[in-house]
Design a protein around this ligand. Structure first.
Ligand code: HSE
Length: 309
């Protein structure tokens, strides 16, 4: 027996946004789509189009399937549905810092929840997605859209989702090499100096205040960071030069996107110029990169009604 097929669309995300390490994130207009039907038979069919078609596992190790199983168990329906037919259409590049694993997790949870007639709220899905991903700053904007501030408590994740009052464009320089989050986290120190913590506390608060109020003046230093970017710089040749190039071309700020290696510029104008300057700066360090011009996704994960693949 097979359920109806549901189709969902989930945005890519850029985590940290500079000073908001493991807390702030933003959803971007680049998407993965998932079509899902659950089956009572224990068989798994996985088809993948686009990013990761060659290297994402198509068996029980698949992260979309693992997320579905997580939700089925939580809903106590895992004995009823033991298999699935999954079709993924991926535009979000893998292992580049644009939230491809968060999108996979959220798409599995969102689609399975719809098929079970929504036993869980979006907040519940955020808790589950964070348990699977390990940190909330990609999964939260993937679920809610816009900017999110997430705080992990003992039992639940608290998440404040808000829309920017500034019409920011996102220019992402995508280098042609992957970087695993595990590797990018392994270079971080266990402890940081108090002055670096203070540096980030003020900027993270300023970033949220400036975006919520719509005051570009206060954004000028609000994307700067002392907690993770300085340590990750050695993994991304030319990082500081690319930041400088983006700002010289008109961006209000530039940061590492999540754990990298993508670098993201936040700008109110001249997206073409900013993207070209970032690509040229990477080239000076022998890194080939492609520039994507994206907007902020304001919706988050949603069901696509009325069309098939
Ligand atoms: N906050 C996480 C990090 C995001 O920077 O390691 C990883 O996607």
């Amino acid at each position: 027996m097979q359920t109806r097929t549901v189709r969902v669309r989930v945005p890519g995300t850029s985590a940290n946004c500079g000073p908001g390490f493991d807390a702030i994130g933003v959803a971007c207009t680049i998407y993965n789509e998932l079509e899902l039907a659950l089956t009572s038979e224990p068989s798994l069919t996985i088809e993948i189009e686009g990013e990761g078609a060659e290297n994402i596992p198509k068996d029980e190790r698949n992260i979309v399937w693992k997320s579905i199983v997580h939700l089925l168990r939580r809903a106590k329906r895992a004995k009823e549905y033991r298999g699935a037919v999954i079709h993924m259409k991926n535009d979000i590049p893998l292992s580049r810092g644009l939230g491809s694993s968060a999108a996979a997790i959220v798409s599995g949870l969102k689609a399975a929840n719809i098929l079970l007639d929504e036993p869980f709220t979006r907040r519940d899905l955020l808790d589950m997605a964070t348990e699977i991903e390990g940190h909330p700053d990609n999964v939260a904007p993937a679920l809610f859209g816009g900017f999110t501030v997430s705080v992990t408590g003992k039992r639940r994740v608290d998440c404040f989702a808000f829309q920017s009052r500034l019409p920011l464009k996102l220019v992402v320089a995508v280098p042609d090499f992957p970087l695993s989050t595990k590797m990018a986290r392994s270079v971080l120190p266990a402890e940081v100096p108090m002055q670096d913590a203070v540096y980030n506390v003020g900027r993270a608060a300023m970033l949220v205040a400036a975006l919520s109020k719509g005051n570009p003046h206060f954004l000028r230093t609000a994307f700067d960071d002392a907690l993770h970017q300085p340590y990750r710089e050695k993994l991304i040749p030319g990082m500081r030069d690319v930041f400088r190039a983006a700002k010289s071309a008109g961006a209000v700020g530039a940061t590492l996107s999540g754990a990298g290696p993508c670098l993201i510029a936040f700008t109110l104008e001249h997206e073409d110029k900013v993207g070209a300057a970032m690509v040229r700066a990477f080239e000076r360090h022998d890194v080939h990169a492609e520039a994507l011009q994206l907007e902020i996704d304001t919706t988050g994960a949603e069901e696509i009604i009325g069309s098939s693949k």
